[in-house]
Write a protein of this length. Structure first.
Length: 135
């Protein structure tokens, strides 16, 4: 019986996510054609941990921020987020995907946006978002 329970747990928590993500252990696949973000879990309690990962074209710089409408980056490479907090950046995406990162959910309950901003010739534009629901 113990072996059966262990197999069921592995199938649900280990094997299924590997199959869904083609066995690479990532939250999302590399994508050199468009910017994307995945987070998990998408629903959690304040203070719990969640993971995120972004994908996008390699020859660009990215900033990831929570609850930010805009971001700015100084010539020295320090990013700030208007109305929110910077989670990472500026970062590049070798292989068209970032590594997975783990963050702590915001203290405030409700829906929070995790946004990816991409550098453009005129500044930083919001390129992708994911919603995190905190209760």
């Amino acid at each position: 019986l113990g072996t059966f329970v262990a197999l069921v747990v592995f199938a649900g928590l280990g094997a299924l996510p590997m199959l869904l993500h083609e066995g690479d252990g990532g939250l999302l696949q590399p994508d050199c054609g468009r910017v994307g973000i995945e987070i998990g879990p998408q629903r959690l309690q304040a203070g719990e941990s969640y993971g995120w990962q972004i994908a996008g074209p390699e020859p660009a710089d990215y900033v990831v921020a929570v609850d930010a409408e805009t971001v700015t980056v100084t010539p020295g490479g320090v990013a700030t987020a208007a109305g929110g907090a910077v989670l990472a950046g500026p970062i590049g995406l070798p292989g068209c995907r970032s590594g997975q990162r783990v963050e702590t959910a915001p203290a405030g309950t409700g829906t929070h946006q995790i946004a990816v901003f991409r550098r453009t010739p005129t500044g930083w534009e919001r390129a992708a978002i994911a919603e995190l629901r905190v209760s």
